[in-house]
Design a binder for this molecule. Structure first.
Ligand SMILES: O=C(O)C(=O)C[C@]1(C(=O)O)C=C[C@@H](O)C=C1
Length: 305
């Protein structure tokens, strides 16, 4: 079993991969970019890919979402949520730092620190925090923003710890495979979807949300991404609580299939979250649906209401 992940060694993605139960005992293959990882999965060169998809401060990792929305179909088979903390790593003291490199999402999470402490430093983008550390060690840049363990592995001294603008930052990573049946329901699952709607229809998005809401399905995330077909043309990436095998999810999916221009199923997988799912409102739980269906059967069979 081979997992491709965002490398080189020492990235947050590698640290998160070590927490993924499905990757236990698997070989981890570092690749330089998210599109290369997902293409390696599509071509069957590796069994699975592992990539960042969202973080609590900067939001969506658009490269990942756009690949899932638009590229050849892939599905998500699992997720890991990793707390992230950042350091400023450099052999130079802060006053002597003229250039800083990091992954754009890491830079975004320490913007306040850089503005305050290194207002004159030129910020450069790298493909990952570990690649930035490597380039600092090679002398290309003065400093990088990375994880404490990345600085240590690259042999770079830490000039400032915990430089993130918000404490409690987290990044979510997903385990991506070629289309296949989902893992068994765990009782706390997410189903990810991409829906395309008729943009000229008033209330089209409301109709999508209604299909979920009337079945007691909670949305944990909604993100709109341009389709590339012109201004105002967007597809919606949805994370919904529940599993493909759940009757209520099945009904919602068939409802969406009826009313949307296109629905892409992106997988059902266990949620990496200690919170229990939000319970459905009164009248919208599994037993409510089963009771109502049994009542209808009784009526149809000539029984009393
Ligand atoms: O550069 C890395 O180490 C990554 O794993 C990428 C990434 C991201 O894409 O958000 C992962 C976690 C942090 O939020 C910063 C960067």
């Amino acid at each position: 079993m081979e997992f491709a992940y965002l490398g080189p060694r020492g990235t947050f993605t590698e640290a998160a991969l070590r927490r993924l139960p499905a990757a236990k005992g698997a070989a981890a293959v570092p690749l330089p970019s998210i599109p290369e990882i997902l293409d390696a999965v599509r071509r069957g060169e590796v069994d699975a890919g592992f990539v960042p998809i969202e973080n609590s401060q900067e939001g969506t990792v658009t490269l990942t979402v756009d690949e899932l929305v638009g590229g050849d179909p892939l599905v998500i088979a699992g997720e890991v949520v990793l707390p992230v903390t950042f350091v400023l790593a450099s052999a130079k003291a802060p006053a002597a730092i003229a250039t800083v490199a990091s992954h754009p999402h890491a830079i975004a999470q320490v913007r306040g620190f850089l503005r305050r402490e290194l207002p004159n430093a030129v910020v450069h983008q790298a493909l990952s925090t570990a690649q930035a550390a490597q380039r600092v060690a090679d002398g290309e840049f003065d400093a990088c923003v990375c994880a404490p363990f990345t600085a240590e592995a690259a042999g770079l001294p830490v000039q400032a710890f915990d430089i993130g603008d918000s404490s409690g930052a987290e990044t979510r990573f997903v385990h991506v495979v070629r289309p296949t049946a989902p893992p068994e329901p765990s009782g706390n699952d997410i189903t990810s979807l991409v829906v395309s709607i008729d943009h000229d229809r008033v209330g089209a998005l409301l109709a999508v949300l209604t299909e979920l809401a009337i079945r007691g399905i909670n949305l944990t995330r909604i993100e709109s991404r341009p389709t590339g077909e012109g201004l105002g043309r967007y597809a919606f990436f949805l994370d919904c609580t529940g599993h493909l095998a759940d009757p209520r999810m099945g009904e919602a999916l068939t409802g969406l299939r009826r009313i949307c221009a296109d629905v892409r199923y992106l997988g059902s997988y266990p949620r990496d979250h200690s919170d229990r799912p939000v319970p459905p409102p009164a009248g919208l739980g599994d037993t409510d649906f089963a009771d109502a269906a049994a009542w209808l059967d009784r009526l149809r069979g000539g029984g009393a209401a």
